[in-house]
Design a binder for this molecule. Structure first.
Ligand code: PEP
Ligand code: MG
Length: 325
């Protein structure tokens, strides 16, 4: 089976009926790139930049960040690279930043909320990203957007730094895309508004499931509620994809669900464009998708969304994929 998968390394990810999707990889550092390239990823769908900030005693400088982002873009050789701005707070702490003690950190000053509060730190990262943009196909992504106002403020800061850099004669790519993660239920439910103001969405199911089900993603006692294929989650995903399509924007997914073999056929049918997962999941996912029909799975969508439990949805997918193989 390994040898069979190897044959798919340089192949595009196309279904039986000619529908193409992109299989990208999640990374947390430059060290992950080797594995990404060795497994035939078509891009980076999520670079979690917080790891640049962790395990050290000071904030990384603009120059240091620029070198890292440039390196990733160059290694990916003009393939799309989605870099997420700092997503700290919640479960991830920075010892050198005096973050307020909060009784509900996952509902607190986290990710873009913190960045909008600590604007100098945020501007430094945005400048590093903008400078790197001319070395490849960069897409900047803001995490944890809940309301339009946060997106507008983040875009305003980005625009200000961009104008400053251009004024200084520093090249900035004019193909740079700006998107957001959809991982807060409020953002999924208002995706039609947000879609007008971004170039793309990437659905962060790790958080979207936790916040929708009100179940801590790390808490074993409520793990039974953590259901990627629950109808509530699938309905939100459909809503997000439809809202984006209406505005002609693309939608990816960078939560664990994107690499889940039971979820993939459903997501394909819903029209997801990009699937971003750990490097080791890429080739198995490509093999799976190459055996599926997009038309067929799009046709099952209504039936699937009319099922009331994750168990019945799983059983449906298992039955249909078994008869495909
Ligand atoms: C997510 O929430 O799905 C996601 C990809 O982000 P993280 O796991 O880093 O919170
Ligand atoms: Mg998240």
């Amino acid at each position: 089976r390994k040898g069979e998968l190897r044959k798919l390394l340089d192949q595009p990810t196309v279904t039986q009926d000619g529908h193409r999707v992109e299989l990208a990889s999640n990374i947390g550092s430059v060290e992950d790139l080797q594995k990404v390239l060795a497994n035939g990823a078509e891009g980076i769908g999520l670079f979690r930049t917080e790891f640049l900030y962790m395990g050290r005693s000071t904030i990384p400088s603009e120059e240091e960040q620029f070198q890292v982002y440039k390196h990733v873009l160059e290694r990916m050789n003009n393939k799309p690279v989605v870099i997420r701005t700092l997503d700290i707070g919640g479960d991830k702490e920075l010892p050198y930043m005096k973050l307020p003690a909060e009784s509900n950190p996952f509902l607190g000053l986290r990710a873009v909320r913190l960045c909008l509060d600590q604007q100098e730190m945020f501007r430094t990262q945005l400048r590093a990203l903008l400078r790197a943009s001319s070395y490849g196909q960069l897409k900047i992504m803001f995490p944890m957007i809940a309301v339009t106002g946060e997106l507008r403020e983040a875009k305003r800061l980005l625009q200000e730094e961009k104008e400053k850099l251009i004024g200084e004669g520093v090249p900035v790519s004019d193909k740079l895309e700006v998107g957001i993660m959809i991982e807060v239920p409020a953002a999924a439910l208002a995706a039609d508004f947000l879609a007008k103001e971004v170039d793309f969405f990437s659905i962060g199911t790790n958080d979207l499931i936790q916040y929708t089900m009100a179940a801590d993603r790390m808490n074993e006692n409520v793990a039974y509620l953590y259901q990627p294929c629950h109808p509530s989650i699938l309905r939100l995903i459909r809503m997000v994809i439809q809202a984006a399509e209406k505005e002609g924007k693309w939608v990816g997914m960078c939560g664990e669900m994107a690499g889940d073999e039971t979820a993939i056929p459903i997501l394909l049918g819903l029209g997801l464009h990009e699937f971003s997962m750990s490097a080791s999941s890429i080739l198995p996912a490509r093999a799976l998708i190459k055996g599926l029909s997009h038309q067929e799975w799009a046709g099952y969508t209504e039936e699937i969304l009319a099922m009331s439990t994750q168990e019945s949805i799983h059983a449906f997918v298992k039955q249909k994929t078994r008869s495909d193989l």
